[in-house]
Write a protein that binds this ligand. Structure first.
Ligand code: SAH
Ligand code: SF4
Length: 359
C-alpha cells in the first residue's frame, strides 16, 4: 500500500455481527469469529501461528483477512524511571502514529492517537502545526491499547516493584481530534469496552475522550449510551482569547461548548473534565480564573490545569508557579474542583497532546 492509503480491514474494525459475516464470507463457520476475537482481545495474539484454537489449515486465511499487521514500532522512548514510555509507530502506508503508556501506582493508562496529525490548528499544540494527515481506523486506535497490554504482559515498563500490570485506563489525548473521526473512535470505544473476550473489557468510566469542542459530535456522543468521561479543552473562559488559542471557537464559542458539556453531564451523569493549559500571561491571570470560576460554579465539572509544554519556536510558555497556585485558589473559591495535571513524559515530548511524530 502506498503512502496515505487506506488501512487494511481488521477484526477490531468490526462489531461481533460484522465479524461473523466476514468469517462466513471466507467460507468458515461463524463461531471462528469468536475464536479470533478471543485470540486478539484476550490473548493479545499478533501472529497467526498463535491462533491455536483455529485449525491449522484455516489459520493463514483468517489471519490474513482479519488480523493483518497494522503498524510496527519505529522508536520507543522511556522516561520517569521507566514508568512512562512513548512509542512511535509506522502504519502500513508510512503514516506515523504515537502512543504513550503511563504507569501509576494504582493504574496504567494508555494515551492514544485518533488521527495522524490534526486539522484544528491550535497554535500552542505540536500536533496542530503539521495539519491533518489522515484519520486512523478503529483497529489502529485499538491496536495502540492492545500493544500496551502486550508490553505490560511481557514485563516491560517494570520500573519499580509491583505485580503483573494490565491496562486500566485509556485517554484520547494523543494526536488528533477524536470527535473529528467520530465513526472510528466510536467503534474503538465499543471494542475497548465490550466485555472480554468479545472486546478488551475496559470500564467505560476509565476512558476519557478529549475534544476541542465540536458541539454536534459532543451531543451525538451523549446519546450513545456510554459512560465515558468527556474532557473539553477550554483554555480560555472568554471568546476573545479562545478564538486565538482554539480556532474552532469561532464556530462553536465558549457558551455553546459548555452548554454541550452540561448536556453531556446531564445525559450520562458523568462529571466533565475541563482542560486548561496554563500559558504565562496569556490565559493565567486572576480575572480569567474568576471568569472561569463563575462559568463552572455549581456544575458537574472538574478542571485540569495543564502546565503548558512549549513547542519549539512557540510564543507561549508555562505559567509561573505562583500564578498557577493563585489560579487554582480562585477556582476553588467558587467551589469548583480543580487540580494540576501531572506532566508525564515531558522530556520525551510524550506528555499527552504534545505528540508531533517527529522523526
Ligand atoms: N484534540 C483533542 C485531544 C488531543 S490534545 C483536544 O484538543 O482536546 C489533548 C490535550 O493536550 C488537550 O487538552 C490539548 O489542548 C492539550 N495540549 C496540546 N498541546 C499542549 C501543550 N503544548 N502543552 C500542554 N497541553 C497541550
Ligand atoms: Fe488538535 Fe487538540 Fe492539538 Fe488542537 S490541541 S491542534 S484539537 S490535537
Amino acid at each position: 500500500m502506498g503512502r496515505g492509503g487506506k488501512p487494511p480491514r481488521h477484526l477490531a474494525d468490526l462489531s461481533p455481527t460484522e465479524r461473523r459475516a466476514a468469517v462466513i464470507a471466507l467460507g468458515q463457520p461463524g463461531y471462528r469469529a469468536d475464536q479470533l476475537a478471543r485470540a486478539y482481545f484476550a490473548r493479545l495474539v499478533d501472529d497467526s501461528a498463535a491462533l491455536t484454537d483455529v485449525p491449522a489449515h484455516a489459520r493463514g486465511a483468517l489471519a490474513a483477512a482479519l488480523l493483518p499487521p497494522l503498524m510496527a514500532p519505529v522508536r520507543q522512548l522511556t522516561t520517569d524511571d521507566g514508568w512512562t514510555r512513548k512509542t512511535l509507530w509506522r502504519a502500513l502506508d508510512g503514516t506515523r502514529i504515537e502512543s504513550v503508556l503511563m504507569r501509576y501506582p494504582d493504574r496504567v493508562t494508555v494515551c492514544v492517537s485518533s488521527q495522524a496529525g490534526c486539522g484544528m490548528g491550535c497554535p500552542f499544540c505540536a500536533t496542530g502545526q503539521a495539519g491533518l494527515t489522515r484519520n486512523l481506523s478503529s483497529a489502529e486506535i485499538v491496536e495502540q491499547v492492545v500493544a500496551g497490554a502486550r508490553a505490560l504482559r511481557s514485563g516491560e515498563l517494570t520500573g519499580g516493584p509491583g505485580g503483573p500490570l494490565r491496562v486500566s485506563n485509556v485517554v484520547f489525548m494523543g494526536m488528533g481530534e477524536p470527535l473529528a473521526n467520530y465513526r472510528a473512535v466510536l467503534s474503538a470505544l465499543r471494542r475497548l469496552t465490550d466485555p472480554a473476550p468479545s472486546g478488551l473489557g475496559l470500564a467505560q468510566r476509565a476512558i476519557t475522550v478529549s475534544t476541542v469542542g465540536l458541539v454536534p459530535a459532543m451531543d451525538r456522543l451523549a446519546e450513545e449510551g456510554l459512560q465515558v468521561t468527556l474532557a473539553v479543552s477550554l483554555h480560555a473562559p472568554d471568546d476573545e482569547l479562545r478564538d486565538t488559542l482554539v480556532p474552532v471557537n469561532t464556530r462553536w464559542p465558549v457558551g455553546e461548548v459548555l452548554a454541550a458539556a452540561w448536556r453531556y453531564a446531564g445525559r450520562t451523569g458523568r462529571r466533565v473534565s475541563v482542560e486548561y493549559a496554563m500559558m504565562r500571561d496569556v490565559n493565567d491571570q486572576p480575572d480569567r480564573a474568576h471568569r472561569l470560576g463563575a462559568l463552572l460554579r455549581g456544575r458537574l465539572a472538574h478542571v485540569n490545569l495543564i502546565p503548558l509544554n512549549p513547542t519549539p519556536g512557540s510564543a507561549w510558555t508555562a505559567s509561573r508557579p505562583g500564578d498557577e497556585r493563585a489560579f487554582l485558589r480562585i477556582l476553588r473559591s467558587y467551589g469548583v474542583a480543580a487540580t494540576v495535571r501531572d506532566t508525564r513524559g515531558r522530556e520525551i515530548d510524550g506528555a499527552c497532546g504534545q505528540l508531533a511524530a517527529s522523526g
